[in-house]
Each structure stands twice: as C-alpha cells, then as structure tokens.
Design a protein around this ligand. Structure first.
Ligand code: ZN
Length: 475
C-alpha cells in the first residue's frame, strides 16, 4: 500500500465504520467494525469476495467486478457507513432528479417488455429435454430437467439464481441477445434429441415381433423412451446390465432414449436374439412348464408384490433357478391374475396422487414466489397457523419450505428457508433460528386455497374403485 493510501486508510478507519481500500495491483480490501461487517458480509460474499484470516480483511479482485457490481459495492459500503450516496455528488435540482428517475424507470420497463416479447415469440417448451420457460412480472425462469443445461444458463445469465428446481432470471439482468442465444441452444439440443430418438426407434422397429418364445417385447410407442415388457423377470439382470437407467414400471422396463446409444440397443437385441433361438430350439418334450401347487405359507406375490395369504395363491417351481444364483427356487403368486392387475393399477393411482401433490406444491411456489409478493425489510416473523410443505427434516440444515396463514385467513406467507451454506443470504427477510428465510406475503385467493389444500394433503384425491378393492370388500 502506498504511503498516501496508508494515511487515508488510517484516517478513515477513525471516522468510518467500514473502509474500502483499493491497491495498485488490482486488489480490493474491505475491513471494518464487527457489527457493520456482519451486515455487509453476505453481500460481499455474493460479489465474489473472500475472507483472509491472517489480514482479517475481505478481499477481491477489481478485474472480476463488472461496472454494475462495482457500483453496488460502493453503494453497500456507503450505506453501511451511514452515508447518503446522493450527498457525495453535487446537489441536484429535484425536478431534474425526478425526470431522470422516471426516464430510468421507463427504460427498465421497456427493456422488460422486450425480454417478455422475446420469450413470447418462442413457445418456450422443449419436451424431449423436459425443459420449459415460465414468465412472471419482471422475471422468467427455466424449469424442468435443467441440470444438463445449467452451465449454458450460468454463462448467458450470470445473475441467474437456482431454487425450487428452476433458474430464475430477472428481466433487467437479461439481454435480448442472451435470450435468443439460449433459445437457439435449446432448439439445437432438441433437434439432436429428436434425431437420436429416431435412430434408436428405427433399430427397435426392425425387431417389432420381439422374442415370442421368451415372451418379451420392446415397444417404442412411448414418450421419451422405450419399454421392454412381457415376461421380463428372468431377463432383468440382462436388461439392467445393458441399461443402467432402466426403471421398472407397470408396463415393463422403461429406458429413456437419452440414456442409451444406438450401439447399446443393438447389442441388447442381439443378446436377446441368441436367447430366443436357444429357447426356440428346446425340444417340447424336454421343456416342461413350471409346476404349481397351493401355497402353504404366505408370501409376496411375484407379479404384483402384494401379500398372498396361505392357501390363497399358487406356489410355483422356478426353473430359471441355477446353482450359485440368488433367484428363489419357488415363488408365490395370486391365483387370479386380475387381482395382480388391480394391485398394479392401484399402485399407479397412488403414484399419480403423489405426482398431483408435488405439482400442486410447485404451482403454489410459482404463485407465491413472485417479486411483487416479496416483503421488504428484514427480521419479519410471520404469525399464524404454520403448515410445513415438506416433512420438515431439512429445516435444521437451512432448507425446507412452509406457509403461515395469518389469523383471519385473509393473507398468508410462503416461506422458503435460505440458510444453507453457500446460499446467498442477502435476500433473507424472515427470521428463523438459523441464517434466515425468504418470505412472500399474498392474499388467500380461491386458487391459493385449493393449491394449499392439495399440496398439504388436506384434500383427499379421488381414488378410482379398483377390482382389488372390490375383491377385498366382498370377502
Ligand atoms: Zn399378485
């Protein structure tokens, strides 16, 4: 530090509470009194500053600060020192000041409108990637399966903020060009997905009949992936071994197109072809169907997974059992396949119900977490009936979300905990036991009430009466 700077700094440290020192080599240092530093620390962190424990200063590099960030830094320090930023400049005519403010506001609105228009021009949906854009007043977000595109978002929108499975960007932080560039990037990716999907479909469709002797078939008439269905149980290891992302669903093993290559699908088909020809070559006199008898003990049905009471199902001899394999020698099933079908159907409905609940939670977030509902100031402590939107176990780690319905029920708060390490705490306006949370307050409209009731399980969703229910009620 030069001598003159040293003098200035030591003088300032006596009158100012926080001092910013700029060194010749492009390093910025911020130090000051404990209480004031506590207040500015989260903002410094988000501006890219680091703590130097040996010098007891926060330091950063001038080269990493954009003009806007630099302005924010100066403002932050001036505010922490209790200075009025306007007093640093020449006194201005209040009329002139008002006009300038209005002009700035108009420019901001005009820019926001342009961004919204750019978003509108495009549909904002890329179904094969599972990505879509949602618009709000003054902001927009990329939602859905955003993990693979997060680097591109961060590159084009450095101020984008991640939360609730989506990336939020305020219009003032976006350029039209960045929006266009992001969309054409997503369009190109979508086209590549389509091409990849068509290639794999054509490989699958050459094998439309499947493997009749094995009773297995691969079906490409699904969205985003194909399904290997039928008698897949004996081949589950082959399927899992080839397709690590395969998931078992009621219709069979679902394999997302994005997770596999054409070659992998080709290899799987030739292995199944080999098994098929071996099976077809078996002499019918040697091949015996599995033997079955009534089950003495209860057990889990191999088809549907539900419990089968003693004597109420079949016990089957399992011929696919081999020495050293962990496959069971015997297994039980329900006697009536209709029961299994009903159990599987009921599981599907339950899964749908969970999906609906998650969707309601997401819609509630989208409804509440808008800039216009954000409550200014800090230290708010919403009072009223508190309802968790999750099981609450994340709260001690600074995560989780909940609502607080104010007495009288006219308004409610949506609160998202924001106290985890690595969170930007500067927007926290609600006090918690931890670092704080972000709270939005809004009227309890009909829409909000419905979403809230579904999201918290207060509304029982209709479950279709299945054959399984019918069977049980008649026993
Ligand atoms: Zn069953």
């Amino acid at each position: 530090m030069s001598l003159s700077k040293r003098v200035v700094s030591s003088f300032l440290s006596r009158i100012a509470r926080i001092v910013l020192v700029e060194e010749q080599n492009g390093t910025l240092e911020v130090s000051g009194k404990y209480n004031e530093m506590q207040a500015v620390m989260p903002r410094l962190k988000s501006l890219g500053f680091r703590w130097d424990p040996s010098k007891k200063v926060w330091y950063g590099s001038t080269s990493k600060l954009t003009a806007l960030k630099r302005k924010n830094l100066d403002k932050l320090i001036a505010e922490a020192n209790g200075e009025d930023p306007a007093s640093n400049t020449q006194p201005v005519d209040p009329e002139e000041e008002r006009r300038q403010k209005e002009e700035q506001e108009n420019k901001r609105k005009e820019h926001a409108a342009k961004i919204q228009e750019a978003l509108r021009k495009h549909g904002g949906k890329w179904p094969l990637q599972g990505v879509y854009v949602q618009q709000f007043e003054g902001a927009f977000q990329f939602a859905g399966d955003t993990f693979p595109i997060k680097e591109q978002i961060k590159k084009l929108f450095p101020f984008a903020k991640y939360g609730n499975n989506s990336w939020v960007i305020y219009s003032e932080h976006a350029t039209e060009r960045a929006v266009e560039e992001m969309f054409s990037y997503l369009d190109r990716r979508e086209a590549a997905h389509k091409e990849h999907e068509l290639k794999i479909k054509s490989v699958l469709d050459r094998n439309k009949e499947g493997w009749p002797s094995l009773g297995v078939k691969a079906d490409s008439n699904y969205v985003g992936g194909f399904v290997i269905g039928g008698n897949t149980y004996p081949y589950k290891d082959t399927i899992r071994g080839h397709f690590s992302d395969a998931k078992f669903q009621s219709s069979g093993w679902y394999v997302p197109y994005v997770s596999v290559s054409e070659q992998e699908v080709g290899r799987f088909i030739s292995i199944m072809d080999k098994k098929e020809s071996e099976k077809a070559a078996e002499s019918p006199s040697v091949s015996v169907g599995p033997r079955k008898k009534k089950n003495q003990k209860g057990g889990e049905c191999r088809t549907c997974g539900a419990y089968v009471a003693p004597e109420e199902g079949y016990l089957w001899e399992n011929f696919s059992w081999e020495e050293g394999s962990d496959e069971p020698r015997w297994y039980v099933t329900h006697q009536d396949k209709k029961v299994c079908d009903a159990v599987i159907e009921e599981a599907r409905i339950r899964a749908n119900e969970a999906h609906t609940r998650n969707q309601a939670r997401q819609n509630l977030r989208n409804l509440a977490a808008k800039p216009e509902h954000y409550v200014g100031g800090t230290g708010h402590q919403p009072q009223g009936e508190e309802i968790a939107l999750d099981d609450g176990h994340l709260r001690i780690y600074g995560g989780g979300e909940w609502v607080v319905i104010e007495p009288g029920g006219q308004h409610f708060w949506y609160v998202r905990n924001n106290g985890a390490d690595g969170d930007d705490w500067s927007h926290n306006n609600v006090t918690t036991g931890g670092a704080g949370a972000i709270g939005y307050r809004l009227p309890m409209t009909e829409e909000a009430r419905v979403l809230l009731d579904v999201a918290t399980g207060k509304t029982k969703l209709k479950v279709a009466k299945t054959a399984y229910n019918y069977d049980r009620s008649n026993r």
